[in-house]
Design a protein around this ligand. Structure first.
Ligand code: GLN
Length: 449
């Protein structure tokens, strides 16, 4: 099959299916064609159709972050490092994908460009915040997509759409050109249908980048050539808190079945404790808004994006532009973050939450002294209907319970398809590994797949 044919198939599928899914914010066939005429041949991803979450900047396409604030933002004169590396590897960028506004959300419902529909049932959310990336891969519009994962935004939508979603170790992939949400938690992640495809994309984009000082100098293994290994004698930890009554029983059942699959391959599966799990959601929902309130200060109506009309003076430009440009979830986070960072509250909120990261890291260290990988559900609950939780923010925040830990401590984690509920909605299995052991979690995922 030629690259031209693959790209044409992708164009056709997007044209036919995306009006129902709404996974793309920007899809421009001229832009696609311009790449097909001079892409790199004989590279890792030559002629492979991919697409990017719309918080990854691109030279010739708008980058909206799912926000009115950046609706017409075509400014950056450069590509994010990940976009550039994907191009160098020969892939074709089919466009920019829908997302919760500034990556804040778990359902893609906070996007200025409307919700994304789950390909498995259009009445349901595809998860978020990288909902467009998940839906586009699940529906076969592109072979792989990039998302970003600050508290689960790659793994949770992967679980909701029966796709493979990796959040690598903090620092594995450059964040240069990725619009920051919470810089100490943000990491680019990869969606694909298979573990092997995922590994190939990681190979293409991982590694040190001089433009991001937090990117790691660790060498990048040939992940896709290291997938196969015996599970015999491998040690898997299942925290009892990951399988509590708070988890939907149907999801627990799928995970128990997965455990039996690993046992059948000779792995040793044991129950462990993750004693501080109850604190991860509160800690995250302080740290992430604090960092966001600082990162989003740049959207002032002067340097970036939307500027309100009929303003009276400079303060009024800031106030009106931010009041009109940001949606309600983003405003809520900025208010919470500003409050928690203000003098008099800083010690009580931000410092306490920061300390919790150390405590949670110690929980992981204890487990990884003895075990190769931590296994559990990706999410406590199955996909929900669009609009179902619109009045219950806390219920949606709690959906991040099992994905947040890896972000707080920077560890790699992957969600792999683990079957369906009785209603036919996808369930995800999550594997968390030691720092920079993407090879390890890919091997566990590959053996299960
Ligand atoms: N659902 C989480 C939030 O709303 C995670 C988002 C993310 O990972 N970008 O903050």
């Amino acid at each position: 099959i030629t690259a031209q044919a693959l790209i044409q198939e992708s164009v056709d599928r997007i044209t036919e299916l995306d009006p129902k899914l709404n996974s793309f914010i920007t899809f421009d066939t001229d832009y696609v064609k311009s790449q097909v005429t001079d892409f790199q041949e004989n590279q890792l991803l030559s002629g492979i159709p991919v697409a990017l979450k719309d918080n990854i900047v691109t030279r010739d396409l708008a980058t909206t972050c799912g926000s009115k604030m950046l609706e017409n933002f075509t400014d950056p004169l450069y590509d994010a490092t990940v976009a550039e590396r994907l191009r160098t590897a020969g892939s074709i960028n089919m466009g920019k994908l829908n997302m919760d506004e500034f990556a804040m959300g778990s359902s893609n419902e906070s996007s200025h460009f409307g919700p994304v529909h789950n390909p498995y049932n259009l009445d349901y959310v595809p998860g978020g915040s990288s909902g467009g990336s998940a839906a586009a891969v699940a529906a076969g519009l592109v072979k792989a997509a990039l998302g970003s994962d600050t508290g689960g935004s790659v793994r949770q939508p992967a679980a909701f759409t029966n796709t493979v979603g990796l959040k690598p170790t903090y620092g594995r992939i450059s964040r240069f050109g990725v619009v920051a949400f919470a810089s100490s938690l943000d990491q680019i992640g990869i969606f694909s249908k298979t573990v092997e495809d995922n590994a190939v994309v990681l190979e293409a984009i991982a590694g040190r980048d001089e433009m991001d000082t937090t990117s790691s100098v660790q060498e990048v293994p040939k992940f896709s050539e290291l997938l196969e290994t015996s599970m015999a004698g491998k040690k898997i930890a299942v925290p009892e808190e990951y399988m509590s009554d708070a988890i939907n029983p149907e999801i627990r059942e799928r995970v128990l079945e997965a455990i039996e699959v690993y046992r059948g391959m000779g792995a040793i599966v044991e129950t462990v404790r993750m004693p501080h799990l109850d604190y991860v959601v509160p800690a995250y929902y302080i740290i992430a808004p604090c960092e966001a309130s600082s990162n989003l200060a740049r959207f002032d109506g002067i340097r970036y994006g939307y500027r309100a009309d009929n303003t009276t003076d400079l303060d009024n430009i800031y106030e009106k532009s931010r009041a009109e440009g940001f949606g309600s979830e983003v405003k809520k986070r900025i208010l919470v973050g500003t409050y928690c960072l203000s003098a008099g509250h800083y010690d009580a909120f931000y410092m306490q939450a920061a300390k919790l990261r150390t405590v949670i890291k110690q929980d992981f260290d204890v487990i990884f002294k003895e075990y190769d990988v931590i296994l559990g559900p990706t999410t406590p609950d199955a996909p929900f209907k669009i609009g179902e939780h619109s009045k219950d923010a806390v219920k949606v925040y709690l959906n991040d319970l099992l994905t947040i830990p890896a972000n707080l401590v920077g560890l790699p984690a992957i969600s792999v398809p683990a079957g369906f509920t009785k209603e036919g909605l996808p369930v995800g299995l999550q594997l968390t590994g030691k720092a920079f052991d993407e090879v390890g979690i890919y091997q566990f995922a590959y053996a299960f797949e």
